[in-house]
Design a binder for this molecule. Structure first.
Ligand code: FAD
Length: 569
């Protein structure tokens, strides 16, 4: 009947059919037609600094989802629409006579701004919007409300707030079937009217690629196909991490098969030197893109631990780890950053205007104009700062532990949490005194799991700008990795030029006598750099500078910072 719902289902960071409250709500409308779409947003793809490994992971996630949709109804698939959602979603609602737009709520960063725009414009056209929480275990806004409107600055404040809210339910099952989409004809855009050619903020360098890639809303062949890296003019990905819900569930299953590993998981004891397989779940890319539901993760972990406590022989095990070091605790950090970002808003990703971020006079800090926009080219600093930053980014600092991690990051798009600690501390308060914003930008480009809340939040933590303040505790570049691995596995793998050094010199090859270097086939200063700085001297300087900044007591939203007086030398 004409009263029956016609649903446009907008997939974003929820590339899954299991554990999806939004999908459940959409099907609860009992729709006669159901259009699963993805808007291939050039704002995200090109104006944002997404690296090839993240894009490839995303495309694989979309392909896997599309196959699962088709398995639920042979007439359907993921329909990829080329263009910014702010213009294409209202256009599709009109063209396909949509009554309901349904999507999983995204409360963070740019996504929240984008969704508000789309929501306003389709609502005006008479379409009902159903946006449903599902990415996180708790509603970040509800946590903030329980925390008296304040950002959650510690796990304990987050736990206190969450205790006043309903506990996370068990995950919903994937739907057994789906309604078909209706007619998918569209009036083609002419190139000159195409939304991408008009007004979308993409780099000039990318504009031509963008316009040719998006000649029509439904893609070159008009079949709403999923783009390929080739079509986007990109080289193949280098990561070994494969995307998709199927892969996510397989990995969760495999990790939980070792019940003792799950029950005794203690984050600080997991080794950042392990990579094949890593010591932690490596599920962050899947949680980021929603290939894995957070309730699925939570309950699988809880069930696994219950089974471990009472094993099949009726023996009782009680050596399980506690919050927040245990596996469930890891999800709580994710939630804590979601809620903190929710309270702070967009400035969470930068220093300027950020109420929780201490103002420290870092080198290479981003500069802003009077209206708060970043100035390009930006940074303040001298050639030495720039060179240190590039060396850090490229993995040629002369500190093998740092270099191996940065090369692993670029190649794999994922590094262990304590590896992130090491390189973030090194770049900021540990050695280089370079702004965390610059480091966070590099992580944004290369991490598959990049998330606006977790990334900025953890960079603030590591740089002692927020959440954590023990700036006199600096990670050693030799002593720290040696606690986990005296043989230097990670270095040997990702800095192959150092592979033949004896264990004794693996983290300090410049201290090896020349005959040892010759035997290892690697002369320091020729085949691998000398350390780019004096780690003792720089560490002391950093500690003194951060101490002085703490004494000044300024934050990113202080007027003194805004009018530049705090930066004056
Ligand atoms: P596990 O130890 O298996 O944990 C399970 C899940 O819990 C993770 O998949 C992740 O979703 C969540 N989690 C664990 N630790 C954290 C944490 N500290 N903060 C938030 N969530 C956490 N994580 C991201 O997901 N995206 C980022 O952009 C990101 N940037 C970071 C930047 C820095 C400087 C640092 C120090 C950490 C960052 N992290 C980020 C947090 C953390 O390092 C990763 O989530 C974790 O290493 C992912 O590996 P895993 O899935 O094996 O983690």
């Amino acid at each position: 009947s004409s009263l029956q719902a016609r649903v446009l289902y907008w997939f974003r960071t929820d590339l899954r059919l299991h554990d999806s409250p939004a999908l459940h709500a959409a099907l609860g409308l009992n729709p006669e037609v159901f259009y699963p779409i993805w808007t291939w947003d050039p704002q995200y793809v090109f104006a944002h600094r997404v690296g090839v490994n993240r894009l490839s992971f995303l495309l694989e996630g979309m392909q896997d989802l599309s196959l699962s949709l088709t398995a639920c109804n042979p007439k359907t698939k993921l329909h990829v629409v080329r263009g910014p959602p702010q213009t294409v979603v209202p256009a599709l609602c009109k063209a396909w006579n949509i009554t309901h737009l349904v999507y999983e709520k995204d409360t963070a960063g740019y996504a929240a701004v984008r969704d508000a725009e789309v929501k306003a414009s389709v609502t005006k056209a008479g379409v009902q919007v159903v946006d449903v929480l599902g990415h996180s275990l708790y509603d970040p806004q509800a946590i903030v409300d329980q925390n008296k409107g304040n950002p959650t600055m510690s796990i304990s404040s987050w736990i206190t707030a969450s205790n006043k809210l309903p506990a996370p339910s068990r995950p919903l099952l994937p739907p057994p079937s789906l309604p078909p989409p209706g007619n998918t004809t569209l009036i083609p855009f002419s190139r000159k009217d195409h939304p991408v050619a008009n007004g979308v903020d993409v780099n000039e360098d990318d504009r031509e690629t963008v316009v040719t890639c998006y000649d029509t809303l439904a893609g070159r062949d008009g079949d709403f196909s999923i783009p390929t890296l080739e079509e986007l003019g990109l080289p193949p990905a280098t990561t070994s991490i494969r995307g998709g819900e199927t892969e996510a569930l397989k990995r969760l299953e495999a990790y939980c098969a070792d019940k003792a590993q799950v029950a005794r998981f203690a984050k600080p004891k997991t080794s950042p030197a392990e990579f094949d397989p890593p010591a932690t779940t490596q599920l962050s890319p899947y949680l980021k893109f929603g290939c894995l539901g957070s309730r699925e993760f939570l309950w699988r972990v809880r069930d696994t631990i219950s089974q471990w406590i009472m094993d099949q022989n009726g023996n009782k095990n009680d050596d399980t780890t506690k919050h927040p070091e245990n596996l469930e605790g890891q999800l709580l950090f994710r939630e804590m950053y979601f809620a903190a970002e929710c309270a702070v808003g967009l400035p969470f990703g930068q220093i300027r205007g950020n109420a929780i971020c201490r103002f420290i006079d870092w080198r290479l800090q981003n500069q802003y104009d009077a209206s708060g926009h970043r100035i390009h080219p930006r940074p303040l600093g001298d050639a030495e700062d720039e060179e240190r930053f590039s060396a850090w980014q490229d993995g040629r600092t002369g500190f093998p532990w740092i270099d191996a991690i940065m090369r692993q990051l670029r190649q794999e798009g994922w590094i262990h949490h304590l590896a992130r600690h090491s390189v973030a501390c090194f770049l900021t308060r540990g050695q280089c005194y370079i702004s965390w914003e610059r480091g966070a930008e590099v992580f944004d480009k290369w991490l598959i799991d990049w998330d606006p809340c977790a990334n900025a939040g953890n960079w603030m933590w590591l740089s002692c700008s927020a959440f954590f303040s023990m700036y006199y505790r600096v990670y050693g570049v030799k002593s720290f990795p040696e606690k986990f691995d005296k043989t230097g596995k990670l270095v040997r793998k990702f800095c192959p030029e150092l592979a033949k050094f004896p264990d004794k010199f693996i983290y300090t090859p410049h201290l090896a006598p020349v005959d040892v270097q010759e035997k290892a086939g690697c002369i320091i200063g020729r085949d691998y750099p000398f350390p780019m700085l004096d780690k003792k001297v720089e560490k002391e300087r950093c500690i003194q500078r951060v101490k002085a900044a703490y004494a000044l007591g300024l934050y990113g939203n202080d007027a003194a910072v805004l009018n530049g007086s705090a930066v004056a030398k």
